[in-house]
Design a protein around this ligand. Sequence first.
Ligand code: FER
Length: 255
Amino acid sequence: MISSAPTGFDQYRDNISRGAVETIAYSSATVGNSRNALVYTPPGFSFERTYPVLYLLHGIGGDEMEWQRHGAPQIILDNLYDDNMIEPMIVVFPNGRAMPNDRAEGDLFEPDKIKAFERFENDLLDDLIPYIESRYPTDTARDKRAIAGLSMGGGQSLNIGLSNLNHFAWVGAFSPAPNTKAPELLVPHPEEAHSLLSLLWISCGDQDNLIQISIDTHQYLEEQGVPHIWYEESGGHDWPVWRNDLYHFAKRLFK
Ligand code: FER
């Protein structure tokens, strides 16, 4: 049983060590341009050691800045460090709409924009991850790499993470959207998933219209004996839920 994050988990605390967020630009052979991502480095960040990396994805209405705008990830993570509840990690906030104009504008459901959320798999694996691992002191073992996201980004995390278990051992989906592949396509080899996953997390608000996607995935995983966390929490398709999810997911990572 997982209860809501403690009061104040996403409120700024004075006089604690802070991480830092910077914007990076990487050359994407997949999209054919330069793309931006945000990178959070933890309090006490040092090039004298290496860090695991979490790739944290946005929803259909967002871009690489969406978590910063609405999710207070820096505050949530800094507070978790202050409380000694989290492993030091780098968090990368990519833009998951892998197309030349990746702004969240116009009709967000246009087929070419939905397709761009699929194309992101190549951008991530072939362009962004190599860039991050060449510029930051990262631990490149598969069990030191995580992917998670909200809604469209939750679907991406399941689709990309579970079909690339050679790259990711930690996968989290917060309120995954209809881009999520059918369960038997997501996890065609349950025994392999069982042996390779360190954590598979699925969460959704009980007032979210998309919750059936999570329930169907959870039920399949349970039938197939794939260990996972299924967390149904109170709330809708909204930021209080995703902030709470980040808190709970981040403190379980890389342990
Ligand atoms: C849909 C409903 C919602 C859909 C995507 C979403 C691709 C995504 C929502 C979000 O990211 O917040 O039918 O189809």
